[in-house]
Design a protein around this ligand. Sequence first.
Ligand code: SAM
Length: 300
Amino acid sequence: MVREVMDLLEPQAHKRYLDGTLGGGGHAEQILTLSSPDGLVLGLDWDEEAIAATRERLKRFEDRTIIRQANFTEAKEILKEIGWHKVDGILLDLGLSSHHLDSRERGFSFQWNSRLDMRMDRRQSVDANQVVNTYPVSELERILRDYGEEPRARRIALAIDSARRKKTIETTAELADLVARVGGRRGRIHPATKTFQALRIAVNRELDHLAGFLEDAHELLLSKGRMVVISFHSLEDRLVKKAFRKWSQSCICPPRTMFCRCGWSAKARLLTSRPVLPSLGETQINSRARSAKLRAAERL
Ligand SMILES: C[S@@+](CC[C@H](N)C(=O)[O-])C[C@H]1O[C@@H](n2cnc3c(N)ncnc32)[C@H](O)[C@@H]1O
């Protein structure tokens, strides 16, 4: 959704931008091009492979980029450290990059047999192996139901438990086979797709990080600064919608309160009353884009 992001972010010369999910650098490259000759980009990604590849890709913009391996929840401290404090635009393009999906060793896909890993930030200790082999059945069921919207959540959690009592589940193929053997209605997608998505969200604590960042991300924006978020999961989109709505309200007292006591004032205005969806053309080229939803807000 590069065009949609640029239409809303409106990159301009002399301005500063934070790309909190640098990934392959496609959006950052476009921001740098449109903000020529002196627009600046701080690019963060917690994946060292993404950082290394994108540093190379953005080499010609070297004097206008600062790239760090970091969680976007650390943005406030990093902005302070580099002396920017606030920016004119923030982009979050959440979830996995195509690099993750295509990687044969990182365990994000059951297309290739590899160790159960799924960590986007390999500095963290919890990986998919630990979640699958040590989490209680009730927690596995919750993860599969909430993050994967998996109707067979309970049965899959029980099947995992029964298998791991005999032997540790080590690989993506072992897990995918085990999930496929749990009966249920066959759909268009592979029977393990939802399980893999749910585990990835849990391993990387994706919703916690997003919720934490959204809490006060408006404070990182200069007046008229814009924030654009692309999400790929209904729970992510709900967090963004709720945060942007709160930012745009002039009072957040509980309903039916007679006199306002919250002291809150509107921080931003919504630029998208409904989420922007990818064009038909984009979903035909990139099937992953099908579930994308984009929302944007502007700091007052
Ligand atoms: C969909 S890709 C971004 C693609 C990018 N916009 C581009 O044009 O190539 C998402 C990226 O965000 C990173 N990511 C996800 N959550 C993150 C977080 N909490 N902190 C830092 N990076 C994160 C992932 O490692 C991945 O590289």
